[in-house]
Design a protein around this ligand. Structure first.
Ligand SMILES: [Fe+2]
Length: 131
């Protein structure tokens, strides 16, 4: 059963980014629904690869638009990547628990989208409205 449900309120107003975020939710669901360790490790790797792509897309866009918070946003991306790789490592060493993983994924996803990207979304919309 899906644990992470994509909602309209998570939209930041940029279609590509919103689609990428919705896909991050799919990947998070496949992680918490993994039936065994090999599929969990594999699904974590998929998320890791995808989120790097997603972050570099956002970073390019921020650069193009001369976003004033670029450095802070990139620093937050790097923190999110570090957190994800720390959890991946602990999964490799079997020191993770299902509930902890769900809580982590939830905070990780929503922390990224609601806190970090909602500000970026507002900026993108204002820039596009001004053009
Ligand atoms: Fe994002």
């Amino acid at each position: 059963m899906a644990k992470f449900v994509w909602k309209t309120k998570y939209h930041i107003g940029d279609q590509t980014i919103d689609e990428q975020h919705a896909y991050l939710f799919d990947l998070a669901n496949s992680i918490v629904n993994s039936k065994d360790k090999p599929s969990l490790v594999n699904n974590m790797m998929k998320l890791y690869r995808y989120v790097r792509e997603h972050f570099s897309h956002e970073e390019q866009l921020m650069k193009q638009l001369h976003y004033g918070e670029y450095n802070e946003h990139v620093a937050m991306h790097n923190t999110l990547i570090d957190q994800l790789s720390a959890v991946s490592d602990s999964i490799g060493q079997d020191c993770w628990q299902e509930e902890e993983l769900k809580t982590f994924m939830n905070e990780w996803l929503l922390g990224h989208i609601l806190k970090v990207d909602s500000q970026l979304g507002a900026f993108i919309r204002s820039r596009r409205a001004a053009d």
